[in-house]
Design a protein around this ligand. Structure first.
Ligand SMILES: *Cc1c(COP(=O)(O)O)cnc(C)c1O
Length: 386
């Protein structure tokens, strides 16, 4: 029974063990951090392995990439110093004047980046109503559009997009589909299996999970010229993930499955408790059967809806801001996907000009005790609403 040669170990096992890392010399079960910036060549002046200089890549970052590639079912994964530098590498390799189709509501930093490229006539950017496939299809120009960007579930109202349907529409027009599923990491949503060409994640969020790293990752099964161009961007713009951060990321990913399961359980408990609450106008969470994207979310996450939700507070914009001020367990901070719960007034954070409901609070539900989180939101609402 000890012969594992015919057994395909589950992803949970492989990720918990960092692909069964074992240092052959010492027996260490934890990988070392390789901080070197340069690598000495051998007696024939040839590189000893594939490494020459840290800006190209390094062993610690490559191990983290192999783990993510396993999670995504990808041929290759490339890690960057932040989600934004990973997103920018894709945007920046597009030829001058290329046509792209992006959602009108999405993570504000990526939208801002597209707007900046458009303002300089570097890209031709069309938008579609987030989650609306007919609108997406209408924005596509057959044989001309290079890239379609989908964020699902999308910030900050957690609209759900059917990735398979989006891929069919995109491919029929000869374009490539990139998905940002940062809200449901690849233990829940395997975007490439649903038809995406490139899967993007801010690894700052669930993949690392401990609010102590910024990182971004791209995964793909198409490692042709586009992938080479993206790798070249990373190398020449110097945006590879640092080995120290890669090491923390490897440690964080060992508990990815546990964290996302617990965050989902907590979020479901909180969403069910507050749905219909007199202090709220709405609870936006794809895990609720009343959410318009529930069926697709269920299909795309296998029920691991994650910990991201938003609430629309009854009262005024100031009432909503006051709820964050009265929270004692939730931290009033931006970001998401960490073990600690966060609450934020999204309009304050994303800034003027970004379409977001003025009374929307975005919640990132962590792995604390669900009853403590419910208690905290109840008391914060009571204080803010008098
Ligand atoms: C955080 C985030 C990003 C940007 O990633 P950084 O790691 O902050 O640079 C992009 N998309 C989504 C959905 C995010 O939540």
């Amino acid at each position: 029974m000890s012969d594992l040669s015919n057994r395909k170990l589950s992803l949970t096992t492989r990720v918990a063990q960092a692909l069964h890392f074992l240092d052959a010399d010492t027996g260490a079960v934890i990988p070392p951090i390789q901080p070197t910036s340069t690598y000495a060549r051998d007696a024939d002046y040839a590189p000893r392995q594939s490494y020459i200089y840290r800006r190209d890549s390094n062993q610690t970052t490559e191990l983290a990439e192999r783990i993510i590639a396993e999670l995504e079912g990808a041929e290759s994964a490339l890690l960057f110093a932040s989600g934004m530098s990973a997103a920018t590498a894709v945007i920046d390799q597009l030829p001058a004047g290329a046509h792209v189709v992006v959602p009108d509501v999405m993570y504000h930093g990526v939208l801002q980046q597209f707007q900046m490229y458009a303002a300089r006539n570097r890209l031709d950017v069309s938008t579609y109503a987030a989650g609306n496939l007919d609108d997406m299809a209408a924005a596509l120009r057959k044989g001309e559009t290079a890239l379609v960007w989908v964020e699902t579930p999308n910030n900050p109202d957690w609209t759900v997009t059917d990735i398979r349907a989006a891929a069919d529409i995109t491919h029929a027009a000869g374009a490539r589909l990139l998905t940002d599923c940062t809200g449901t990491p690849p233990c829940a949503t395997k975007a490439l299996e649903h038809g995406a060409d490139i899967s993007f994640h801010s690894a700052t969020k669930y993949l690392n999970g401990h609010s102590d790293v910024t990182a971004g990752v791209l995964s793909s099964n198409d490692t042709g010229p586009l992938w080479e161009a993206i790798y070249e961007r990373r190398k020449l713009q110097g945006t590879v993930l640092h080995s120290f951060d890669a090491w923390l990321l490897i440690r964080g990913m060992r508990t990815l499955f546990l964290r996302v399961e617990k965050a989902t359980q907590n979020a479901l408990a909180i969403a069910r408790h507050f749905e219909g609450h007199k202090g709220l106008e709405a609870v936006l969470y794809p895990g609720l059967p009343s959410h318009p994207g529930h069926a697709i979310a269920k299909k795309q996450t296998g029920g691991l809806y994650g910990g991201m939700m938003s609430i629309i507070v009854a009262g005024t914009e100031q009432t909503a801001i006051d709820v964050t001020r009265h929270a004692k367990v939730f931290y009033p901070a931006t970001s998401l996907g960490g073990v600690e719960s966060l609450i934020e007034h999204r309009k304050t954070v994303s800034g003027e000009g970004f379409p977001v409901h003025p009374r929307l609070l975005r919640l990132s539900i962590g792995i604390e005790d669900a009853d403590d989180l419910i208690y905290d939101l109840e008391q914060a609402l009571a204080h803010a609403q008098g």
